[in-house]
Design a protein around this ligand. Sequence first.
Ligand code: FAD
Ligand code: DHB
Length: 392
Amino acid sequence: MRTQVAIIGAGPAGLLLGHLLHRAGIDNVIVERHDRRYAEERIRAGVLEQGTIDTLDEAGVGERMHREGLPHEGIELLFDRKRHRIDLTALSGGRAIVVYGQHEVVKDLIAARVETGRPLLFEASDVAVHDLDSDHPSVTCVHDGAAVKIECDYVAGCDGFHGICRPAMPAGALKVFDRIYPFAWLGILAEARPSSHELVYANHENGFALFSMRSEKITRLYLQCEPEEDINEWSDDRIWSELHTRLETDDGWKVNEGPIMQKGVTPMRSFVCEPMQYGRLFLAGDSAHIVPPTGAKGMNLAVADVRMLSKALIAHYASNDDTRLAAYSDTCLKRVWRAEHYSWWMTSMLHRFPESTPFMDRVQRSELAYVTSSEAGGRVVAENYVGLPFAD
Ligand code: FAD
Ligand code: DHB
């Protein structure tokens, strides 16, 4: 098989890149380890930044997002049993977010891909990349029981944190920056009407909790837990009881209960690999960087990367201009480090750290009081949460 760009991974990064390249007439093949059902049903992110919304619109795949997604103009921070609203739109010059599940974005992108008729190989095994430092790289895999070789001009590593592309870069070519947090998130999806229109991020002495939603009928909730938490230790009753404790307010607001449809534990880490390129391989999304989920930045960063990568590849093919490709890693890393700082900061402000001291608890409380009472403080939360404008 011969193509212009071989894309490894059919998460939001790989699928959106494939679609943006297709719209510019650039041939590409997407290779994915799992089956279509897995890709479409994996519950992960929920918050789309303004720039992500705009990018999906420009790519012609935003129609269902606007129809079914929930536009939000604020979030609430809960501490000392009181909710404090951050007016995202007023504090960010009119920007906003949409709550729409990542798996719905993935479904929309797969449907768009299938319509183009371009190859999307699900259940590909033994995926490997070759000759990245030459001008004729290739990808090999096994698909439908047959060995496949894809010769290409460029490889896009969109295969997430546990993929094969980053490890294929020589160790000496990479610098890695890493931080592991001493806690994880236990997340549930419940068949319950959301009891508030806006997301609530709570700092409680038992640990962080987050109230979110997916639709008018589905509530999404998270609890800070131990990093190696055994999900079997958490009965539904224990989960609801802890959620009620951490999300309790003086005004009587309460989370609605309902049957738990799904539960899982997500570890928390910050991770950046520099540069995001080696020879003809370009990394995008979680394959190059991870943020703790508190700032809702992971999928949005993946979208920002592939937006940049698609523009760089389009400039290469349309006008033989490689300036953007050469600047790809540096340009992306500026946004990545802004999101790394914000996600670390939101995580630090809202979670209980095992090593914390009464002094640090008071400092944390003071910071929460500041960002919810000062316009300058609120602006820092808001303009980062809705996402800063793109560099281009
Ligand atoms: P992935 O979605 O991981 O996709 C990578 C794909 O590559 C996968 O389909 C995988 O199967 C495939 N793959 C891996 N290895 C191979 C291989 N060897 N060969 C072929 N294919 C391979 N982000 C936000 O922006 N907002 C949020 O609100 C948010 N909340 C989150 C909540 C939770 C609980 C979690 C876990 C994450 C959250 N994130 C959030 C982060 C977000 O989900 C990720 O950043 C996003 O999935 C990154 O997209 P990606 O395409 O780079 O990687
Ligand atoms: C959701 C996830 C997040 O990480 C976040 O910060 C906000 C919402 C969610 O899954 O709805």
